[in-house]
Write a protein that binds this ligand. Structure first.
Ligand SMILES: *Cc1c(COP(=O)(O)O)cnc(C)c1O
Length: 393
């Protein structure tokens, strides 16, 4: 008998030997500043819970009330019987919040890219994609069958050169970029990218997963940050990060969003988001529209943490956002650093190849509004102790 599963064993052995095997930690508490991780209570710098909404009382109340009123699931896709009044209300509120004509709420940010790209471009078309774009953009682009041309990271001049070289060979072009790049915390130069795209009549799309609830006035996102309302074609986002719930949003011009409702396969063939999640997202919009305090606290915490880390002598890379990479270089060192931090009561993940290039391994710190100043000081003390112990500072 041939061993049909031998390829799995070989691949798994390879992953184990090159230190790339993923081990799942089990959370024993809600996402918050402090969490129980594998049975140990630690200070958390790993979740994307930027505003501390994942365990916010108003959010939980809204979700519980929606379960009572609407049940636990819609039991249908949006285009048959799954569009509940809650979905319509959330889409109206998200569009108003973001200052766009229309918004579509889908199952996740990952799904949003699968939904938004394929209706706009097909095999006669070309996508211009930033070298460091997120996996969900890459997969969404592949699903569309369009030709994918990669331009250098955050480089409008290279984008222009690539458009000049390739656009004449295709029917239509679409430029897609992450808004905030999640491994470095840098921001795409959206205004400059858009100016280039406009010069050649190329459609524009940004995936603002890490900017939603973070960038712009009161967390209105990257298009607001650059003041490009109504000019930018499509803004994809997630409600699974700063919004603290789960879901994705596709926001922009009404003609485009309406068209995506007709064409997007995840919208037509996968069931709608649950009432609890939808209602919690509505509560998040209420909180964000009601006060900018959480967004302000998030940026204040991030600036404090980054500044103190730099004073300690750490290299915090190119970060312009609450994502603060602590650059260490060697992947083994980054792993050891993360382990020692955990022993000191701090949960911060090391990130190495292939998520980031070889030789650029790091610890990634996700700042949030949920952290108190005392939490940050405790985290900084742990970084200082481990940094000295390992000869980094
Ligand atoms: C996290 C992320 C996603 C996925 O969002 P989910 O709602 O978790 O599916 C998509 N795009 C980018 C750029 C992200 O950072």
């Amino acid at each position: 008998m041939t061993d049909k599963l031998a390829f799995i064993r070989a691949d798994m052995d390879g992953l184990r030997e090159s230190n790339l095997l993923i081990t799942l930690r089990t959370m024993g508490s809600p996402a918050d500043a402090w969490m129980v991780v594998d049975g140990v209570r630690v200070l958390n710098f790993c979740t994307n819970n930027y505003l501390g909404l994942a365990n916010h009382p108003a959010m939980k109340e809204a979700a519980a009330a929606a379960v009572d009123r609407w049940g636990v699931g819609p039991a249908a896709v949006r285009s048959i019987a799954g569009t509940q009044a809650l979905h319509v209300e959330l889409e109206r509120r998200l569009a108003a919040f973001k200052g766009v004509e229309d918004a579509l709420y889908v199952q996740s940010g990952f799904v949003a890219n699968q939904a938004a790209i394929a209706p706009l471009v097909g095999k006669e078309d070309v996508i211009f994609s930033d070298r460091l774009n997120h996996a969900s953009i890459i997969d969404g682009a592949r699903l569309s069958s369009a030709k994918i041309i990669v331009y250098e990271h955050c480089d409008p001049a290279d984008l222009e050169a690539k458009i000049q070289e390739h656009l004449p060979n295709y029917r239509r072009g679409l430029v897609i970029t992450d808004g905030v790049f999640s491994m470095d915390g840098d921001i795409a130069p959206l205004d400059k990218l858009m100016a280039v795209a406009d010069r050649y009549g190329v459609l524009t799309m940004v995936d603002d997963a890490h900017g939603e609830g973070v960038l712009g006035r009161g967390g209105r996102g990257i298009v607001d940050h650059f003041g490009l309302h109504g000019a930018f074609d499509v803004e994809v986002g997630t409600l699974s990060k700063a919004f603290g719930v789960v879901g994705g949003v596709i926001a922009g011009k009404r003609a485009i969003i309406d068209y995506i409702r007709q064409k997007a396969r995840p919208f037509l063939f996968s069931s709608a988001v649950t009432p609890a999640d939808t209602a919690a997202c509505l509560a998040a919009v209420d909180l964000l529209e009601g006060s900018e305090a959480l967004v302000a606290k998030l940026w204040e915490n991030a600036a404090y943490f980054r500044g103190e880390m730099q004073k300690l002598g750490f290299d915090t890379g190119k970060s312009q956002t609450p994502i603060v990479p602590v650059m260490l270089g060697d992947a083994g060192l980054a792993k050891q650093f993360s382990r020692s931090l955990f022993e000191a009561g701090v949960f911060a993940m090391s990130i190495g190849f292939p998520t980031v290039p070889r030789g650029l391994a790091r610890i990634r710190v996700m700042n949030t509004a949920a952290h108190s100043r005392a939490d940050l000081d405790q985290g900084l003390a742990a970084f200082a102790q481990v940094g000295r112990q390992l000869g980094v500072i």
